[in-house]
Design a protein around this ligand. Structure first.
Ligand code: S3P
Length: 439
């Protein structure tokens, strides 16, 4: 294997077998870093994801005055984080590639009496920010400009509470407003059209903050301080999805992912895989929890005869980051699989909708976009011993990992420029995938 070439052909579609623990959950890691840094006192943390995105959040809270003492061990960070953050004026924060760092910080900084400028890489600088700056402006923060990074935010020690109806189901938007709500006078509420991941509302009570959830509406009372909380971050289901889908595509495979976050707002992909005929077994570990988060083990045993399904708009937020890898799975499911209302994919780390179409088409699959729906027809990628395909990662970690799985599952040699971007969410992904080939 050269730096970017994945020689899937050399594995000849051999099964994946064994048990593995994937790195810590990215969404939980961001929140654990931010919440422990907000709390007055020292929190012990274990299992934080040691990836580029989470390091952006860690660097941000350090710039803002939190004391961070973490040691890296096998892709995980453990140690202490002590708050509260006490930054002076004129702070510069580089958010790298991370949308979660940016949008959650814009919310948090809105409620601080300081001026800060947030920057990001080329991909992040293209991503829409008005979805958070608009509601946060109505709470009293001032942003310049409103749409894209670099953005300078002028926060206020006390904000106005709002009752915001978000037009999109986005955990980043919801979390930004709730974090600003901590500094507002009165009750701040956010409602969304479909339920997005609920880590912010599930973790804040562990830090002593009451959160009221009523269906699709979440409310928080302003003026409360966070208390320190010891946190043990479980494995990331979005990372596990790549290994579990690979196992579902390779005959005779049996893979178990241990100590994985099982929050229902994150494991929609398992529900969809089951509906497609995959054999998925979930065991909850009652003793291991983080706040209100469930943790456990997931086993995927390969089974013949996957069938197509329709993934409805209501189901999308619970699997939004898994659409690229589920689209690859859908090429092996008889019939036509439809992912409804996935327009949000256009504004992720890259335009994932066009990238899925381009990549799967290059692999010889039949795929189309109908408005905001993605349609994948049966017809798995074809194996050719003599060809090397080039599929650009577009610098997008979830695309790079999808094409790596395509190479391994369909025994194709694929050259993936920018493959190192896997480190954004899953450092060591190729080594983990290949280790399951040898057990
Ligand atoms: C995230 C929320 C999702 C997801 C992203 C992480 C989070 O984004 O795609 O990878 O941690 O809150 P949106 O909230 O924009 O859907």
């Amino acid at each position: 294997m050269t730096a970017t070439l994945v020689k899937g052909s050399q594995y000849n579609r051999l099964p994946l077998t064994g048990s593995i623990e994937v790195p810590g959950d990215k969404s939980l890691s961001h929140r654990v870093v931010l919440f422990t840094a907000l709390a007055s006192g020292c929190s012990h943390v274990r299992g934080l994801l040691d990836s580029l995105d989470v390091r952006s959040t860690i660097a941000a809270v350090e710039t803002l005055g939190a004391q961070v003492e973490l040691k890296a061990q096998r892709g995980r960070l453990s140690g202490t984080i002590s708050g509260p953050m006490i930054a002076g004026a004129g702070v510069q924060i580089d958010c790298g590639n991370s949308g979660t760092t940016t949008r959650l910080l814009l919310g948090l900084l809105s409620g601080r009496q300081l001026e800060a400028t947030l920057t990001g890489d080329e991909s992040l600088s293209r991503r829409p920010m008005r979805r958070v700056t608009e509601p946060l402006s109505s709470m009293g923060a001032v942003f310049s400009p409103m749409d894209h990074l670099p953005i300078t935010v002028q926060g206020r020690a006390t904000l106005r509470a709002i009752d915001y109806h978000s037009p999109i189901a986005s955990a980043q938007v919801k979390s930004a407003i709730l974090l600003a709500g901590l500094s507002a006078e009165g009750t701040t509420s956010v409602s969304e059209p479909h339920k997005s991941r609920d880590h912010t509302e599930s973790l804040l009570p562990a830090f002593g903050i009451d959160v009221h959830v009523d269906g699709l509406k979440v409310s928080i009372e302003g003026g409360k301080e966070l208390s320190p909380c010891d946190c043990d971050v479980p494995g990331d289901p979005s990372s596990a999805a790549f290994l579990l889908v690979a196992a579902a595509l390779l005959p005779q495979s049996k893979v178990t992912v241990t100590n994985m976050a099982l929050n229902p707002t994150r494991i929609g992909f398992l529900t969809v895989m089951r509906r497609m005929g995959a054999n998925v077994e979930i065991r909850i570990n009652e003793r291991n929890t983080l706040g209100q988060e469930t943790v456990g083990d997931v086993t995927l045993s390969w089974r013949e005869g996957l069938i197509a399904t329709t993934v409805t708009a209501d189901e999308i937020p619970a699997l939004i980051d898994e659409v690229p890898i589920l689209a690859l799975l859908a090429t092996a499911a008889s019939g036509s699989t439809r992912f409804e209302c996935v327009g949000e994919l256009r504004v992720k780390e890259s335009d994932r909708l066009s990238a899925i179409v381009e990549g799967l088409t290059a692999l010889g699959c039949s795929v189309a976009v109908d408005g905001d729906d993605l349609i994948v027809n049966y017809g798995p990628p074809l194996y050719s011993e003599h060809e090397t395909l080039v599929l650009d990662s577009r610098g997008d970690h979830r695309l790079a990992m999808t094409w790596i799985v395509a190479a391994r599952a369909f025994a194709i040699d694929i050259d993936i420029p920018g493959i190192l971007c896997c480190d954004i969410s899953y450092p060591g992904f190729i080594a983990d995938l290949m280790s399951l080939s040898q057990q």
